[in-house]
Design a protein around this ligand. Structure first.
Ligand SMILES: O=P(O)(O)OC[C@H]1O[C@H](OP(=O)(O)OP(=O)(O)O)[C@H](O)[C@@H]1O
Ligand SMILES: [Mg+2]
Length: 183
């Protein structure tokens, strides 16, 4: 089992499978309330947000549509390069749409700050952000995030979509990566 193999790579479990499920259900309930009379377009940011997107979209009871973007700023390291590249763009025209960006994590905030500005320039009715995790101590830019699952300490985390050098994305929980793995 992968989860047994990686225990020594982790300092501790930060969010269990059950805690993630509950957090995602709470986020979905808030989104259902706020978008009761609006069609929302969920924009998942690949690859990290793939798990949140899959679970959140199924927990939302309102009508939604989905699209995906791929951007990358981390490459294979643990620090944002600050340079965001679009690897795959949306297929949906955003004109007049209510857009909700779905992310796994806000770390420096550089990716989302750039992405929100980029999507706002395409004529949508609104652009909001939903992130499962946020590291308040790591943020380098002010960013207004409407839905946050949980604030976490400034440590590199993996699992539930989050990777280090493309590994660990398929863990069912979120864990803190031990420094010996990346130093
Ligand atoms: O707030 P920031 O410091 O900008 O970091 C957050 C971003 O970094 C990660 O993506 P990454 O570039 O690693 O791509 P990935 O989702 O494919 O792993 C994560 O999924 C967020 O998109
Ligand atoms: Mg990554």
């Amino acid at each position: 089992m992968i989860e047994d193999d990686v225990r020594e790579d982790l300092l501790h479990v930060l969010m269990s499978k059950e805690e993630i499920q509950q957090t995602v259900a709470d986020l979905a309930a808030q989104i259902d309330r706020d978008y009761a009379d609006k069609d929302v377009l969920l924009v998942g940011v690949l690859k990290g947000a793939v798990m949140v997107m899959a679970d959140l979209s199924r927990a939302i009871r309102s009508h939604i549509t989905m699209d995906f973007m791929a951007v990358s700023s981390y490459g294979s390291g643990t620090k944002s390069s600050g340079v965001v590249r679009i690897l795959k763009d949306l297929e949906t025209d955003l004109m007049g749409r209510h857009v909700l960006i779905v992310e796994d994590i806000i770390d420096s905030g550089l990716t989302l700050s750039w992405l929100k500005t980029n999507l706002e320039s395409r004529g949508p009715a609104s652009v909001e952000i939903c992130a499962l995790l946020r590291k308040p101590e790591a943020m380098k830019t002010e960013i207004d995030v409407k839905y946050v699952g949980r604030d976490i300490p400034n440590e590199f985390v993996v699992g539930y979509g989050l990777d280090f050098a493309e590994q660990y994305r398929n863990l069912e929980f979120v864990g803190t990566l031990a420094p010996h793995v990346y130093s």
